[in-house]
Write a new protein. Sequence first.
Length: 151
Amino acid sequence: MPLFLVVANQTLAGEALLRTIRSAMSWGASFHIVVPATGGEHQLPHDDKHPVTLAGQRLEKILTLLRAEAAHASGEVGDPDPFRAVSNAVGEHDIDEIILSTLPRGLSRWIDADLPERLRNAFKVPVTHVIVEIPQQPFTNSGDRPPPLFR
């Protein structure tokens, strides 16, 4: 079973990322999700929650969503520096592909830091860069029940 490393923060529940994950699920992939603990001052909108708390909440939501759809998924809150977060995860897991999800150019600090290309150059696995246009929350107005991943 191929293992995909999914790296995202604000875009974790974005539709473009979920489509990419659904596609990989359809042929049996499993996932390890890393949410870098980026500071709240860099969030859209600004969030005063502690970065580790915010990242942990997002991680738990996406893991609940994926597991409800029978995906094999694990995850962790990563280093605030997304490159280090990926490096740590790649060092601990046998990763077959990296899926990096970012905000669009102009909003994304990760694109500004050339993270997609840096990951391609540093690791010997494919890197898929998914741009999520509008950050979405997976559980808005739905209580504790996650929405279906497959639509």
